[in-house]
Ligand binder design. Structure first.
Ligand SMILES: [Zn+2]
Length: 137
């Protein structure tokens, strides 16, 4: 098993230093993009709230619900972006601690292929699927 325990920190020793550096660079640039995204979404929310009150002199409820829908979509986008942002921050923290690539829930090493596809992933496939099943219900 490629698991080794040092001072209570479980490491994924499958991951080479080269790969870790590569993934770290990817995570750091993702962090910059997400920061910009969050700024953009916040701005859109403010603008859409503003135009919502300005355009509402007709008192038309249909307009209002379209406005509400777009606010709702923006809020969803905001949640999605900030969730990913938190994951990226966590992943970078775990890299510093040397526990990157270990599933948050079960402590199993996350396969290299999965980390390459999504460097900010914090769970193995099994735990992720379980989580998705739970949230769907
Ligand atoms: Zn797991």
């Amino acid at each position: 098993m490629p698991l080794k325990k040092t001072l209570g920190i479980t490491q994924n020793s499958d991951l080479s230093d080269d790969l870790l550096n590569e993934l770290r660079a990817e995570l750091e640039s993702r962090l910059v993009t997400l920061k910009l995204d969050m700024k953009g979404v916040r701005q859109n929310l403010v603008e859409s709230a503003y135009s919502g009150t300005a355009d509402n002199d007709s008192g038309n409820n249909a307009d209002l619900s379209v406005e509400e829908q777009s606010q709702h979509l923006l809020l969803k986008e905001k949640v999605r972006t900030s969730t990913e942002y938190n994951n990226v921050v966590d992943a970078l923290k775990k890299m510093d601690l040397g526990s990157y690539g270990i599933c948050n829930d079960c402590g199993d090493p996350i396969p290299e292929k999965r980390l390459r596809a999504t460097p900010s992933i914090l769970n193995c496939l099994v735990c992720q699927e379980e989580f998705e099943r739970e949230t769907k219900c």
